[in-house]
Design a protein around this ligand. Structure first.
Ligand code: UFG
Length: 330
């Protein structure tokens, strides 16, 4: 049993983590500044602290009050395009505030950390599926923020014994099977929720960014992994750290890529709606294909995605969006 502080636990992936922890032998506590998250995503019986991760006083008090064993850190900005326009917003929150959070952990003797990293640390990969030993060469500020924190984690391991696991997500998607929580970003930039907004009549059409890539149908290939599968991987990572494992960095994906056009087609099948699509120019900074080699996570975390069939991902996302067409209220 562990007491787990979930930073960003009112957000998309964090709330799925909290739902799973609340249903396990572990005790989650949520800390979130509610800039992007919603208290509606947090179960009523889970302690909630409204604070920024950079508020060392409140974070420190929370670590002590709940006798926290492990910190899971989901509290980050995530829009690649925005990170190009407003790099300092990303460096300040995703890096500087994260370093303050780590320092607060150091001061209060909390030595276990699970970090949300990203496939964006690889930039445009030379080899697909991508193994963890591929060069880390991020091509935008967002990816660089994840890369920098990963470097800091290694230094903290050497310097003061922090044990940490960085989980490099590929494309997080889908929603809880409970139907209570799901993806609610404002503005939304991710493919599947945007396609489902077309199905709901909230958008006229989906723009397919580029159909002249060197892929099977010309559109970009991504590796979509169900958000609940991501939560399972975090739980395994947490338990490994508690068993004394020193941590590491792991890719989380399925190993099979799906094109943008295939996603749109599957959404048509699942929803029964037409979903008009139009080919648009390539989006700057999009690698043609990002697919994970997750063999290391299979071996060391005993993790295999079990809910990441694309139909299941889109079905759960559709259930969420149908029931919550405007996301969380308020
Ligand atoms: N796409 C469209 N039309 C849209 C939106 C997206 O064609 O309206 C395409 C994109 O060009 C891309 C694919 O759909 O090829 C997926 O795009 P998303 O924006 O959903 O996701 P990304 O692959 O760009 O980004 C994801 C995570 C990021 C992470 C990145 C790693 O959301 O946080 O993977 O590169 F950084």
């Amino acid at each position: 049993m562990a007491n787990v502080l979930v930073c960003g636990g009112a957000g998309y992936i964090g709330s799925h983590m909290v739902e799973m922890l609340a249903d396990s032998q572990h005790e989650p506590v949520v800390l979130d500044n509610l800039v992007a998250g919603s208290t509606r995503a947090v179960p009523g019986n889970v302690p909630f602290v409204r604070a920024d991760i950079s508020d060392a006083d409140i974070v420190g008090e929370t670590l002590e009050k709940f006798d926290i064993d492990v910190v899971m850190h989901f509290a980050a900005y995530l829009a690649v395009g925005e990170s190009v326009e407003r790099p300092l917003k990303y460096y300040l929150n995703n890096v500087a505030s994260t370093l303050i959070l780590l320092d607060t952990m150091r001061v209060h003797g909390v030595r276990n950390f699970v970090f949300s990293s990203s496939a964006a640390v690889y930039g445009t990969p030379e080899v697909v599926p991508i193994p963890e030993i591929a060069p880390l060469a991020p091509i935008n500020p967002y990816g660089r923020t994840k890369f920098m924190v990963e470097q800091a984690l290694r230094d903290c391991r050497r310097g003061w014994g922090l044990k940490s696991t960085a989980l490099r997500y590929f494309n997080a998607a889908g929603a809880s099977e409970s139907g209570k929580i799901g993806e609610d970003h404002d503005p939304e930039t991710h493919l599947i929720p945007l396609v489902l907004q077309v199905a709901l009549g909230q958008r006229e059409k989906i723009m397919i960014f580029g159909d002249d890539y060197d892929t099977r149908d010309g559109s970009c290939v991504r590796d979509y992994v169900h958000v609940t599968d991501l939560a399972v991987a975090h739980k395994r990572a947490l338990e490994r750290l508690l068993e004394g494992h020193e941590g590491g960095a792991y890719n989380l994906g399925t190993g099979s890529g799906i094109t943008v056009k295939e996603i749109v087609e599957t959404c048509r099948k699942v929803t029964g709606h037409d979903i008009p699509a139009e080919i648009a120019p390539r989006r700057e900074g999009d690698p043609p294909a990002l697919v994970a080699d997750s063999a290391l996570a299979a071996e060391e975390l005993d993790w295999k995605p079990e809910r990441s069939d694309v139909h299941h991902i889109i079905n759960t996302a559709w259930n969420w969006h149908k029931e919550h067409p405007h996301g969380y209220p308020g």
